[in-house]
Design a protein around this ligand. Sequence first.
Ligand code: ME8
Length: 497
Amino acid sequence: MNKYLTTPIYYASGTPHLGHAYTTLVADCYRRYYRLTDHDVKLISGTDEHGQKIERAALAEGTDTTEFIEARSDEFQALWRTLGIDLDAFVRTTDSRHVARVLPFWQNIADKGDIYLGQYEGLYCVECEQYFTTGEECPVHRRPLETFSEESYFFRLSRYQSRLIEHIESHDDFILPRERRNEVLSLLKNSELRDLSISRTSTRWGIPVPRDNRHVMYVWIDALVSYLSALATEDFNAFWPSATHFIGKDILIFHAVYWPALLLSAEIPLPLSLKVNGWLTIEGKKIAKSDPDTIVDPVALIEEIGTDGLTYFFLKGVPFGGDVNFVRQQVYQLLNADLANNVGNLISRFVTLVQRDFSGAIDITSPVLEECDHELLAVLKDGAQEWQDAFERAEPHVAARIFAASAASINRYLQHEEPWNLIKNEENRGRVAVILLVVHSALSSLCVLGSPFVPDIIEKVRTSLCLQGDLCWSSVGAFGSQIRTRKTQSVYPRLSS
Ligand code: ME8
């Protein structure tokens, strides 16, 4: 089975910040999750390089627009490399391949009779690249709205209102979490959609409208089509219908209303699902490039806590869909408690026991398991099912809690069985070997459950446990009667603030 995962195509108007890293690392975590559960996955990202916002940002810096976007796009690509995110494609909306996909998309919709020329008068936020009907300031950027009046092409969005409601109501997982789905449904049911202005004459920095190059396309039309242009033609049928867009709640309407309506018009199947994250905030303020007080450099942060640390905080520390304040001290506490203590100490204690008492290897032909041993393995097996359900419900934080709870269960089992005391009596050697086999099996399962969140740590654990081959989803909860261990460095050193 295939999965096609996309992050937003981030604006190349500023440098990447923690908010961008958040959505991208969540998508990357899902990529690992799907790979584990036997899917062929493609993950794409990119930079949104057209529109007035970009043009103004380049002007403000006194740089040529092309050079400006080149530098910003490079910064995004460099960050994804630093975070170890291996993208299947990175779209730049100024690429000729992308432009070549946007033009027929527009034409397709025009051929349906869904585009007409009109006059737009209204309020606009350049930061959002979005018109507003009322208000003095942008609710997201808290900047005054500008009054725009221009000739514009319009998309007949209003034609699609009932089909959108129908689609969302008949596809429970189309928008997750559910609150976001309800928000969109309520908007669609309680207000009449106005046609969407989809071209601009106020900027030249965009893709010219076919047969009328006085206009350039509205940057959002151009940007949304990047999800299509990122896929090679031969992959399109196999991957597009299983598309999941990872986005923040700030761009929900673009993805839950405009995009599906455009796709319906173009007669392209709708994506499978939108997974919508909340906001990372600093002292309650959304992390945003327009607010320098909120900027945390992701590269400096991963030098302190590692990519696994950052991913773990994003996935476990932020209930998906909700807003969370980034507080460094709390991040440190979470990572020390869960990764350094709960998982790290467990591994080093286990490896020490096997090394010291069994010279690093145990091999038993017919081990006899007691009830508590079966119970521990059942905890892992049952947890794995809940873990999978949580991922599917767009609750990766619940899946991360199951991983941490599983590690805690193994710790409790060890604490209860006390192999370090039992071994003092030679008669108990057989029972101690079984206990360690059970823990080893449980740890192999734990590796599977942790691998989407902390892949580097899991690699170190697997090296300590001499586990080879691919992580195997179906092996969770299984018992093995052979172990080898190897003493290695700590899997996650304690952070000191
Ligand atoms: O909107 N908390 O690009 P953008 C959580 N180009 N997520 C955050 C965040 C925060 N504080 N700040 C940013 C655009 N994000 C368009 C997208 S897609 C066809 C075009 C994440 O650079 C979140 O995913 O403003 C949000 O939706 C996205 O970055 C906005 O990135």
